[in-house]
Design a binder for this molecule. Structure first.
Ligand code: AMP
Ligand code: MG
Length: 329
């Protein structure tokens, strides 16, 4: 088993592969990181020379021709938006930017109600025009911005696994922060075991530390977690985190603090976890059941809601988290 962590996509990635050859393992890991870097260059909202930035720059002006891959991913994002009733919204960029300014500079005031309502007019994802077959994307209004931050890491995990398999390795685990995909089995025919982070961990380094609330076994599957503890700031006793409710323009108040989604594809698990975070426990569980995805949803009272498929499979390692016997509805 060979493992290497590196920084990419603004976070810590860890890739583990199983191989009988250290040279083959090293090559596969290098190729997977090169793939992640390639996608970062294509999809990075923050880099002026990415294709996403080009689309955003020409909003309201003209369509932009992009690589087929960027085009397909935007199409996928729009389908996920439809599936989540717009809770996952790839056009949420202008709002993300508004809140980011307040998060990054402590003296920065919170966005005003006027700013929020003006910005809400720019996030209508039905105004993302996808020119079938021409690989062109056009944002109808000036000021609109696509942000694929809610699916890019899950997608990159998918592609990295694909790359590793292309190098002739059948067994690997790729984690890009909370977006993880496990392929094949570990040594001894065991599934990959992944921890679900404790959204209210008290920290500490002791072996009894409360870093994870549960573990999940992954064989040819992906798990993505969205949490309010990932990127946030406190102001006047309130937590402002990085997932925005596209209906209100404010960070979500769905009562959920962590959502993990299990599925066969990283890109879907990633987008849906962001969407379910916005939808809340009732609508979130219903959506996951209809899409046949697994879900572990934690609310602010540390109540845990599981999809049917994970009942009896997922157990809590921390006493204060309680698995609810019934659906939230
Ligand atoms: P994740 O950690 O996968 O849940 O993605 C969160 C990131 O997606 C944020 O940092 C934003 O860039 C973006 N984002 C925030 N709110 C939404 C939303 N409602 N729909 C889609 N993307 C969002
Ligand atoms: Mg996501």
């Amino acid at each position: 088993m060979y493992r290497e962590s590196r920084n990419a996509m603004y976070t810590l990635c860890t890739i583990t592969v199983v191989s009988d050859s250290p040279i083959k393992a090293k090559k596969a890991i290098d190729a997977a990181y090169a793939e992640i870097k390639r996608l970062e260059a294509l999809l990075n909202y923050y880099a002026d020379d990415s294709e996403i930035s080009a689309i955003n720059r020409y909003a309201g002006k003209s369509p932009v021709k992009v690589h087929r891959e960027t085009y397909e991913l935007i199409r996928k994002a729009v389908r996920l938006a439809d599936a989540t009733d717009g809770s996952f919204n790839p056009a949420v960029g202008p709002l993300v930017k508004l809140w980011e300014a307040a998060r990054k500079t402590p003296e920065h005031p919170l966005p005003s109600e006027e700013e929020i309502s003006a910005t809400l007019r720019l996030i209508d994802y039905s105004k993302i025009h996808i020119n079938e077959g021409k690989y062109e994307i056009f944002l109808e209004e000036e000021g609109m911005e696509i942000d694929l931050g809610g699916i890019a890491k899950g997608y990159a995990a998918d592609r990295a696994i694909n790359t590793i398999k292309g190098s002739g390795i059948q067994s690997a685990l790729v984690s890009i922060a909370g977006d993880i995909r496990g392929e094949g089995v570990r040594n001894g025919n065991k599934p990959w075991i992944v921890g679900i982070q404790n959204p209210r961990s008290t920290g500490g380094e002791s072996p009894q530390a409360d870093h994870i609330i549960s573990t999940i076994a992954l064989t040819d599957a992906a798990v993505s977690t969205s949490g309010d503890y990932e990127r946030f700031f406190f102001k006047e006793g309130r937590r402002y985190h990085h997932i925005i409710d596209p209906r209100t323009g404010y960070p979500t108040t769905s009562r959920l603090i962590s959502v993990s989604v299990v599925g066969s594809e990283g890109v879907t698990a990633d987008g849906i976890s962001t969407g379910v975070f916005v939808l809340g426990p009732e609508r979130g569980i219903a959506l996951l059941e209809s899409l046949r995805l697994g879900g572990i949803l934690v609310d602010e009272d540390k109540n845990v809601y599981l999809t049917e498929s994970l009942r009896g499979v997922i157990h809590m390692l921390q006493d204060e988290y309680r698995i609810m016997e019934h659906d939230p509805s």
